[in-house]
Write a protein that binds this ligand. Structure first.
Ligand SMILES: *Cc1c(COP(=O)(O)O)cnc(C)c1O
Length: 338
């Protein structure tokens, strides 16, 4: 293993030895290339630079207590990227190619996979971009699909804890019929202003209501929302939220643990009735919400200063599956290194 101070890792970028790339030209994907260069040579008129033909994914590889390295629901990430490709008119990366490249890049950089005890993991970042020149607004003819990895620290350095969020009304990350359900950089560009302000005000993240009516709950920055009441896991249904694989997994686990699960519109008023609430995504699994401030109305929704019992149980179960210590009865993990 590399000589890295695993315990001081954050969610930043650290160079690793290799990335893997595959190019789409003349209507087909080429051979997978292993590359040690961190830079891309790009045409200045590439569509990714001008017209946002850019999509990404995010997943993690975990060094487990049994010594194996596992990745979590890699096929689901492949399918989501395919859906995003259809959304912004890019060629689809076949699931087999996606999975092969994920395995390859993890194995090539195995010295960078943090030890289990550190709580850190290897973040995997697939990226698909339009690379050929275009000045008129049209999709590119050529694309580059690449995957790099970088070790990242545990999200909760001082242990699993709850954080405050703030409702924003003056910025939307996505339009109701826009690209909110696709994992594209453009949604992130749209959210940076609100995100920076929320951080400056001491919040973990900004919190979006639906763009049309500002009446229903959408997302917690770049994470999905869930609320819990009466042993029921409730998560929003909306045309502008990103289908989180963590959320999808939590819905299944909630059901397995005997909870009821509801996916439906959640009005802002209903927030008052939740006993627990959280943001969910690959980075933190669950980031419990202590309170949610609505600065326009002065309303504060409280969900508890400490993670609630259901959130804790869901978090421990999902982490356990990822680390191979809880039975993986849905076949979600793939062993990449035995
Ligand atoms: C990636 C992402 C999520 C979380 O998805 P996971 O698959 O659970 O990591 C949630 N919201 C947005 C906007 C995202 O881009």
């Amino acid at each position: 293993m590399k000589n890295i101070e695993w315990s001081s890792l954050t969610f930043g970028y650290m160079p690793t030895d290799y990335n893997v790339r595959c190019y789409y030209r003349n209507g087909k994907w080429g051979e997978v290339e292993v590359c040690s260069d961190e830079y891309l040579k790009l045409h200045m008129a590439a569509t990714c630079l001008h017209y946002g033909q850019e999509a990404f994914e995010g997943l993690k590889a975990y060094r487990c207590p049994d010594g194996k390295v596992r990745v979590f629901r890699v096929e689901a990430n492949a399918e989501r990227l395919q859906n995003t490709s259809r959304g912004i008119v890019m060629p689809e990366v076949p699931t087999e190619l996606f999975t092969e490249m994920v395995k390859k890049v993890v194995r090539l950089n195995q010295e960078f996979i943090p030890p289990y005890e550190s709580g850190a993991s290897l973040y995997i970042r697939p990226l698909l971009i339009g690379t050929s020149a275009q000045v008129g607004v049209r999709p590119a003819e050529e694309y580059c699909f690449l995957i790099f990895v970088t070790p990242v620290g545990p999200y909760f350095k001082g242990g699993f804890c709850a954080n405050p969020y703030v409702i924003v009304r003056d910025v939307d990350r996505a339009a109701p019929l826009g690209t909110g359900m696709f994992k594209v950089g453009g949604n992130y560009a749209a959210s940076l202003r609100a995100n920076r302000r929320a951080h400056e005000q001491g919040y973990a993240s900004e919190f979006y209501l639906d763009a049309k009516e500002k009446k229903y709950v959408d997302e917690c920055g770049a994470a999905n929302f869930f609320g819990i009441k009466n042993d029921t896991y409730v998560t929003p249904k909306s045309s502008s939220i990103l289908p989180s694989i963590t959320n999808k997994s939590l819905m299944q686990i909630a059901e397995d643990l005997g909870m009821k699960v509801e996916r439906r519109p959640i009005s802002e008023d209903e927030l008052d009735s939740f006993e627990e609430a959280g943001a969910c995504g690959t980075a933190a699994v669950i980031s419990p919400i202590s309170h949610l401030d609505d600065m326009d109305t002065g309303k504060v929704y409280n969900f508890g200063e400490k993670p609630g019992p259901w959130s804790t149980k869901l978090y421990n179960t999902l982490r356990g599956i990822q680390y191979g210590t809880v039975e993986d009865k849905h076949g979600w993990t793939t062993v990449v290194i035995e």
